[in-house]
Design a protein around this ligand. Structure first.
Ligand SMILES: *Cc1c(COP(=O)(O)O)cnc(C)c1O
Length: 365
């Protein structure tokens, strides 16, 4: 790349965008990850050349050689964040710089080139600008942004690829919980782990999800919504869900979440919750929680609430826990007071309805 960390995007508007009427019909009930906007971002990378050919163009299938490295050795990483319409007609994002920084960290772990954070954030601005009509109106909707990068070199050797494609696509999404926040039941997997020390648990890579799917299927078979993974070494301590971090709330309103020891994805929602709870005067601890303590503290009543968190659902209360030998409820299976308060505080900041003392909200338009 020439000229430091700046890259000029060539804008090629879609010559045949979805009509306003069809778009309105799609936005009426977009669901999650089913509807996509008219455009996408593409930026290429080659060793010796750097980042080049930055474009915003019509969303379309991408031609791929069957020997593209990603199809064989899974060098792929991604991000997920949302753009919101605000009451004054503006558009914002929540902490895109944190996603940009994590994208660099994920790239390092997967032996991929680091996309300059400025280019990452700029690419989101460009896509939102051209597809702004796709951001749902109203309280609950948002435009989910999916930046990702993969090894595009045509080569079957086992080494880091020398060519990559960075892309961003966008998907309008509705309320994650239609009809109010509903607690989920989680399955504690006896068979599968998600990430081992020294592995890729802290990188946001597609491979982590591929290995979680059998466990997630086991959870569904057991009548649960999501899987909880225990640590890979002792199978004692709670790591996280397939795609969400986890928090425990005790009877003194203190909150505990597992520490970032390399096997857990460092969630941006997780980080925001730690900040918000601390500011509210709650004791916040990052320390391991064993499944045995989880059960015992739920039984004694000391543990009042448990919730999962991530960009897609913000905060999801966990009402029930199932494992091969039994099951138990948390807080009678109802959403807890602290959980719902933290959720509201976060959503209000994201939606521009509350002050943003931490500078998390970025104005786009
Ligand atoms: C993305 C992700 C999270 C949540 O991260 P946020 O930045 O809060 O969206 C949690 N766990 C896993 C495994 C993830 O991939």
């Amino acid at each position: 790349m020439s000229g430091g960390d700046k890259l000029d995007f060539e804008i090629r508007p879609n010559p045949a965008p979805v009509s306003a009427a069809d778009r309105a019909a799609l936005l009426a009930n977009p669901g999650f990850g089913r509807v996509f906007t008219d455009h996408m971002v593409t930026v290429r990378y080659a060793d010796g050349k750097g980042w080049y050919d930055a474009r915003v163009e019509a969303r379309a299938p991408i031609p791929m050689d069957p020997a593209s490295a990603v199809l064989h050795y899974a060098q792929e990483i991604f991000e997920g964040l949302k753009a919101y319409r605000t009451a004054d007609g503006g558009v914002t994002m929540f902490r895109p710089d944190a996603n940009a920084a994590r994208f660099v960290d994920s790239a390092r772990r997967m032996a991929m080139p680091a996309l300059p954070p400025e280019v990452f954030v700029d690419s989101l601005h460009k896509l939102i600008e051209i597809d702004r009509e796709w951001i749902p109106e109203g309280e609950d909707g948002s435009l989910y942004l999916r930046p990702f990068m993969f090894a595009s070199e045509v080569f079957l050797g086992v080494r880091p690829a020398s060519e990559y494609l960075y892309m961003v696509i966008a998907s309008p999404v509705g309320a994650y919980f239609s009809g109010g926040v509903k607690p989920v039941t989680v399955w504690v997997s006896p068979d599968y782990t998600r990430a081992a020390p020294g592995g890729t648990g802290a990188a946001k890579c597609g491979g982590n999800y591929a290995t979680s799917l059998a466990a997630q299927a086991e959870a569904i078979d057991a009548g649960c919504d999501q899987v909880v993974f225990l640590d890979a070494v002792e199978r004692r301590f709670v790591d996280e869900l397939g795609g969400m971090n986890v928090f425990f709330v005790y009877d003194d309103d203190s909150v505990v979440t597992p520490p970032l020891t390399g096997t857990i994805l460092p969630g941006i929602t997780r980080d925001a919750i730690i900040t918000l709870a601390g500011k509210a005067g709650q004791r916040v601890e990052e320390r391991p929680v064993s499944f045995a303590d989880w059960q015992a503290d739920a039984a004694s009543g000391r543990l009042r609430e448990v919730f999962a968190c991530g960009t897609a659902a913000v905060i999801t209360p966990i009402g029930g826990v199932r494992f091969p030998d039994g099951e138990f409820l948390i807080g009678g299976g109802e959403p807890g007071r602290v959980t719902m308060s933290l959720r509201q505080q976060l959503v209000d900041i994201q939606r521009g309805k509350a002050a943003d003392p931490h500078g998390w909200v970025r104005q786009v338009l």
